[in-house]
Write a new protein. Sequence first.
Length: 308
Amino acid sequence: MRVGIDIGGTKTDAVAIGDDGAVAHTLRLPTGFGADEVLATAVSAVAELSARSGIGVADFTSIGVGIPGAVSAATGRVSHAVNLGLADLELGAELESRLGRAVRVENDVNAAALGAFHLRGLGPAQSMAYLNLGTGLAAGLVLAGRLWRGLRGVAGEIGHIPVDPAGPVCPCGQRGCLELYASGSGVARQWPSSDPLPVRALFAAAASGDADAAGVRDRLLEATAEAARLLVLTVDVDDVVIGGGISRIGAPLLDGVRSVITRWEAASPFIASLALGDRLRLLPIDFPAAAVGAAFVGDPDQRALEVD
């Protein structure tokens, strides 16, 4: 049995996964703020899963952690996880000292990509991109059954590809980045709202005839379609799985993105030949992708991803 933990800004999801690849136990805990609280939350999650499964911590096949911020998968060091109060934490080493065994650490979007790959049941010869539409925009890549991080760990950071040289300045310092249009922060910038679910409120307002809301919604759909097109043209993956908070919109999001692609296909036989719309999938709302993927990050050779 392997364990995966997804440490988020407000909650921590943890799973124990059996040898058959099925999730045997799930757990959710509030995430504390700061290094001590984050470490305590992770240790508590492992201890609780150990108790529920009747397996000692030392006997788990692997333990992996997905966490936001800049992550060194090689060392387990986490930096710039602002929402967690982490400026520089040797998370892997600190957890190893507390648990008495090795712990692998990965960026949460990359971990979610592995989780979505597992859910799709794709084999070792297949590839998938996970497109995370949340506060920001980023992608995780699983190529030929293996997570692809790139030379400096920035593979999949497509949110910072400029698509409008005359657009607003992005926090990264460039202009007109894709994230400024296809993300929760992008929606908030263009269509401020006090609604606790602002993107859902945006879609509702657009459907009711609000022209401003419709304009922002359409830019979101167009930019999301652009992100999917970039991923397919770059790495020609079997699937593009859309997850993150915005994916909870469900069918209106997926149908809207496919509608944009259909329009492109009518104008371009080349785009039509890609069958781009057929490659799009939505991550199920309640599937703990990052926690599941973290369990596979912890597997030394990712054998669990080799589905017959």
